[in-house]
Ligand binder design. Sequence first.
Ligand code: SF4
Ligand code: MG
Length: 275
Amino acid sequence: MSSSVNYLRANKMPHIWCPGCGNGIVMSNIIRAINDSGIDREKTVIVSGIGCSSRAPGYMDFDTLHTAHGRAIPFATGIKMANPELNVIVITGDGDSSAIGGNHLIHGCRRNIDITVVIVNNNIYGMTSGQYSPLTPTGAWATTAQYGNIDRPFDIPRVVAACGATYVARASVFHVPQLKNYIQAGLANKGFSIIEAISICPTYFGRKNGMGDAPEMLKWLKDNCKMLKPGDAGNYLAGTAEYDVPYVLGEFVKTTAPEYTESYMKVIEKAGGAK
Ligand code: SF4
Ligand code: MG
């Protein structure tokens, strides 16, 4: 493969991310997946919302769009509807995708529009200094949960599988080969694909939750994630599988359903063609 550096906007460096942030690992694996997919760079658009991870498209030398908080999926939907030939990728954080943009996330799944969404889950609102998100673990410290978060987090694979996403996978920034392979599989899927990347925010989540620095957080991921057992995806999604770790990684959904822009083209044909 060619170097991922070839896909970066050198004039946008240095980046804003803290030392040890997981965002760079996710960004570089999105680039590797694009490169290894062989998809046309000139027909690839990357869209983000707001937050630390949503700054990634600014560093990536593609057609990119940095939009409003939680609204990356609606912008991406508009782009894909206007030109279904484009490869459309969304990069979004845990708060951006599941709180502010939560409604857009579930309806993107329901429509099965051909967009690949990478959710960078660092368990916290990093950019705004540590508020809890819908993916913050119960009991974790946040600036808005000084005595521990009492909410239960969403499990993204279960939520998006229930809403109709046709490719659903989860990896972590420690499990790099899986992360890249799942993003590549998402790009190949003709439909709405979700790849959750469990990431690390040493500055606002790790430090405040006594998890140590970036290497210690990566070791935590190594010790606290397990791969889905073969044939166990249905049990996991049904909540009947027993895994004694916070995060189960793997491919949870690989299925097919009518793709939204193709269905819409049929409507245009029935209506007598584009005027
Ligand atoms: Fe990364 Fe957290 Fe720093 Fe944001 S605040 S750049 S998520 S380490
Ligand atoms: Mg976050």
